[in-house]
Design a protein around this ligand. Structure first.
Ligand code: FES
Length: 141
């Protein structure tokens, strides 16, 4: 990125029109799993909720996703991008989405805002784990 202060057009577009954002009462989103994380650098928080379905071949995938944050423009754009990337992926594939993949999708982030992009995928990781723990038979983990 040439100008370290500049946001790409994709970042701006996702910030202004965030996808899968939980507007208002997030309890209306019936979640199969949810994860919440805080950013130790800035103190912001991120909540991600997922719905999971099973394909005919037995693969579990993210059928829907919703999120909410106190975070900044970078966090909002990054998590909007993450939510697009994660939808319809298997749990395993969605769990592998990295901050780099999110940044690439957005066409880059200013270096000093890179830490904002990790909030979403950390919360998604927790939401997937939460789903798997709820589903596991009692005593197994
Ligand atoms: S400054 Fe907190 S998430 Fe970006």
């Amino acid at each position: 990125m040439k100008n370290p202060w500049a946001y790409t057009e994709t970042v701006k577009e996702h910030f202004l029109n965030p996808r899968n954002f939980l507007m208002g009462d997030e309890t209306k989103f019936k979640a199969d799993g949810e994860g919440i994380v805080g950013n130790p650098i800035c103190g912001d928080q991120m909540l991600i909720k997922i719905q999971v379905k099973t394909r005919e071949n037995g693969e579990e995938y993210i059928s829907d996703i919703g999120w909410k944050t106190y975070g900044c423009a970078s966090a909002i754009a990054s998590t909007s991008a993450l939510s697009e990337l994660a939808k319809n992926r298997t749990l395993e594939d969605a769990d592998k989405i990295s901050a780099k993949e999110i940044c690439d999708y957005l066409g880059g982030l200013p270096e000093h805002k890179f830490h904002c992009s990790v909030l979403g995928h950390q919360a998604l990781h927790k939401a997937i784990k939460n789903y798997q723990e709820k589903k596991a038979p009692e005593g197994a983990s």
